[in-house]
Design a protein around this ligand. Structure first.
Ligand code: ATP
Ligand code: MG
Length: 382
């Protein structure tokens, strides 16, 4: 008999009222996307979504990673007959060591079934106690809860997987993620993607000051994000000429903030070019000199669209925990230098003043630098 996978989606989607169908359809399409190549049947019975497949566990793991999925249950279908259900429950219970305590919980959707849910649970508990040895019932605090659902058929819950939660990818607009090779920005991108925002990456490369390996590392991070998003576009403008001009013509203690403003301008220009709503960075307030409140304000002054910083109020340790859980940490800590570490001034200004910075960068042909860098950017669709 083939296994069934029940899909529960995030309650937020349920609350969308008239728009619910749009979110549901997007989620459904995204689930189909990750199951490309699998043999399965996806059935949408109003609010109950389930998949029939021979490859239960593997398919369930894939579905659980889709944004908008709250929970995935691996269930077995059998006749709505207490002895048959009992046989399945015996198998599940005896897969736990002797001494394990259990309880049976029944949900009876089929009101024509002759016993009510309490009676069914009690009967099944009795069958389990009679047919096994070394297991006991604990209704208050059981180690194992055996869940049964009675419809026209009976469903036995074998395993529950936590879903990725969030909103269906692609249902909430788009953002240009400034993606460096560090720990923070991949996490920022993941969090935006999990809210359903379509993410495009932009990485500033300073050849020959940053190596090809630094670029490969960013591509690797982008492909880790791609496992959750399905597709991922990475834009790679060259940042070398911009940095050289800044170093040559601007005050040393302002290099960092002026460079940050160029990064922001490039991200906005690329967003305009590709019709992307917003910009996202991995900044967290106070983390380094360029992330003081004053610096963030001066960087944002050149932005022509909303700039999101999902990590702004998070501690580094919390960010690292997420990086571990989404699988980017090990790649992020590879030691290849990024363009910011080779041009760091000895005493960067931590409280830059907008008027001063604007005056000092006015010697540069800002528009031409941004345009050239973007026109010559490499675009990779992963
Ligand atoms: P991260 O760990 O994300 O690199 P960080 O703590 O090293 O962040 P910075 O190097 O100051 O901090 O960068 C702050 C943010 O600016 C990054 O999170 C990222 O969004 C963006 N950024 C920095 N360097 C680059 C780059 N070379 N290309 C694209 N974005 C960058
Ligand atoms: Mg960095």
């Amino acid at each position: 008999m083939s296994e069934r996978i029940l899909i529960k989606y995030a309650p937020e989607i349920f609350l969308k009222g008239l728009n619910r169908k749009i979110f549901e359809d997007r989620l459904m399409a995204n689930i189909r996307g990750v199951l490309d190549g699998e043999d399965y049947k996806l059935i949408r019975d109003q609010l109950r979504w389930f998949i029939e497949t021979e490859a239960g566990e593997r398919v369930a793991q894939k579905v659980a990673k889709v944004f908008g999925v709250m929970e995935v249950d691996l269930v077995e279908e059998t006749d709505a007959n207490l002895d048959r259900i009992g046989d399945h429950l015996i198998q599940i219970l005896t897969s736990y060591p002797k001494g394990t305590t259990f309880k049976v919980v029944t949900n009876r959707a089929n009101k024509k079934f002759p016993l009510n849910s309490m009676e069914i649970s009690r009967e099944l508990g009795g069958i389990l106690l009679n047919s096994t040895e070394g297991y006991s019932v604990d209704v208050r605090d059981p180690q194992v809860t055996l869940k049964v659902e009675i419809r026209s058929k009976a469903y036995i819950y074998k395993k529950k997987l936590e879903g990725a939660k969030g909103m269906p990818y692609g249902s909430n607009g788009s953002t240009m993620l400034m993606l460096s090779g560090g720990i923070d920005s991949p996490v920022a991108g993941y969090l935006m993607a999990r809210r359903g925002v379509q993410v495009t990456g932009i990485y500033y490369h300073s050849h020959p000051y940053t190596s090809e390996r630094a670029k490969d590392k960013v591509k690797e991070l982008a492909s880790i994000l791609k496992a959750s998003t399905g597709k991922f576009r990475l834009i790679i403008p060259s940042f070398t000429q911009i940095q050289m001009e800044i170093i040559e013509k601007c005050p040393e203690d302002e290099l960092t903030i002026i460079m940050r403003r160029f990064m922001m301008r490039l991200a906005c220009a690329a967003a305009a070019k590709y019709k992307i709503h917003s910009v996202t960075t991995g900044e967290s307030v106070g983390q380094v000199a360029s992330q003081t409140m004053e610096s963030l304000v001066v960087s944002d002054a050149v932005a022509d669209r909303p700039v999101f910083r999902p990590l702004v109020a998070m501690d580094k340790t919390d960010i690292m925990d997420i990086a571990h859980s989404i699988g980017t940490y090990e790649t992020s800590i590879l030691p290849y230098e990024d363009c910011c570490t080779i041009f760091v001034p000895k005493h960067p200004k931590t409280k830059p003043r907008l008027a001063e910075i604007e005056a000092h960068e006015a010697v540069l042909d800002i528009e031409a630098l941004v345009r050239t860098s973007l026109d010559q950017a490499e675009v990779i669709d992963l």
